[in-house]
Design a binder for this molecule. Structure first.
Ligand code: ADP
Ligand code: MG
Length: 365
């Protein structure tokens, strides 16, 4: 993102400089005219100068701050709203009410805040596989790749007493489990808040739920070279292609275990939810994420192009911001592994392109 804005900055600075030079040329020739007139007048008083030096056209002064102000970094979005706007109410408001989210295997809570905002909270927990910090990384990498499918997420720390003290009557049953499994330090629990998607549904392709066996067979068939996808399923099938590629890049083994690939009410948007098992040092990706990725033979041209230009510096930059309350986001070895998976993904896609041609492989915009 920074690089993109840098390029924009360079283009604009270049444009300003160009305009400056043009304006400077005019300004310079005015100077020259005035200078010559002055010299002509001076010539009546003083001996003529040996030679007239053409004034060098000077660009008008350019303040670097002016450019920085006029080129805001393109904001990243979720459901048509800037991520920062959705995240702002989750940052400080006190907890009003906490509900235990049933259905998954880890501790996942729904928190209502006093200011009316709502979020899903994943705490650090004794289930060592579920690492809340990774949800925030998945969100940031998702946006870095130009996608808007992981709900916006931030880190936050709460007092254990405030969490368990705000449990709804039907969730109080989980109190002992929360106290036993949430990791606390001096009475504080660190975790991740994901903006709460008001309505989520089970997605269907060919009439089958996308994470059922029949559903997986259906979308795999539609993601084969040259497959004709019915209009009804097109939007979701394209996003499933993005999702399996994204999951390979972040090495997410947990997409198809149930509940982690949900859709909007109108079945047109796919949400990439629950990414807390992702990342790590595997350069070849988790076997599960690799298997699903290799079921896919058609991809989005823009996502593949973005992967080609992705630079380590960009990843580091988005992971260096807003780290609190975590100690860090990814270790160096995990960043190296992520870039290796990117390279492997592109190698796989390029082999498909060599075999079938770009038109058929990069079939989606
Ligand atoms: N951001 C969110 N918006 C709406 N519902 C959510 C959100 N995050 C989680 N949920 C709900 O909570 C359930 C469990 O959350 P999840 O993160 O998948 O935890 P688990 O690790 O237990 O599977 C999900 O299946 C979903 O119904
Ligand atoms: Mg889940």
């Amino acid at each position: 993102m920074r690089l993109r804005s840098c390029i924009a900055l360079e283009l604009l600075t270049g444009g300003t400089l160009f305009a400056g030079l043009v304006a400077g040329g005019i300004w310079g020739s005015q100077l020259a005219r005035e200078g010559l007139a002055h010299e002509a007048q001076a010539a009546t008083e003083l001996p003529a100068p040996a030679r007239v030096v053409e004034p060098v056209p000077l660009p008008p002064p350019v303040s670097p701050h002016t450019e920085l102000e006029v080129i805001p970094e393109t904001p990243t979005m979720f459901l048509g709203v800037e991520d920062d706007i959705l995240l702002a109410p989750l940052r400080d408001s006190p907890i009003a009410q906490v509900k235990f989210n049933t259905g998954g295997s880890s501790i996942s809570l729904r928190i209502d805040f006093e200011n009316g905002a709502r979020a899903a909270f994943k705490p650090r927990q004794t289930n060592w596989q579920s690492v809340p910090r990774r949800e925030v990384i998945a969100f940031r990498i998702n946006r870095l790749l130009g996608l808007g499918s992981v709900p916006p997420a931030i880190g936050r720390r709460f007092q254990m007493s405030k969490i368990v003290g705000a449990l709804t009557p039907e969730s109080r049953f989980y109190r002992p489990r929360l106290q036993a499994e949430m990791i606390q330090k001096g009475g504080w629990v660190t975790g991740e808040l994901s903006w709460w998607i008001p309505v989520i549904r089970r997605g269907k392709v060919d009439g089958y739920e996308i994470d059922s066996m029949e559903g997986i067979v259906s979308w795999k068939r539609y993601l084969a070279i040259g497959a004709k996808i019915p209009e009804r399923d097109l939007a979701l099938v394209q996003q499933i292609s993005d999702m399996v590629l994204f999951d390979f890049i972040i090495s997410n083994p947990d997409r198809w275990s149930g509940g982690n690939a949900r859709v909007s009410e109108d079945q047109r948007l796919l949400y990439f939810m629950d990414n807390t098992l992702s990342f790590g040092d595997r350069a070849d990706g988790h076997p599960k994420s690799r298997t699903y990725f290799e079921r896919c033979h058609t991809f989005s041209r823009s996502l593949v192009e973005r992967l080609r230009t992705l630079e380590e510096e960009e990843i580091r930059e988005v992971l260096e911001r807003d780290i609190e309350p975590f100690d860090y986001y990814l270790r160096d070895s995990e960043i190296t592994a992520l870039l290796s998976r990117r390279d492997r993904a592109l190698k796989y896609i390029d082999a498909l392109i060599r075999r079938h041609g770009e038109e058929l492989v990069l079939a989606f915009p």
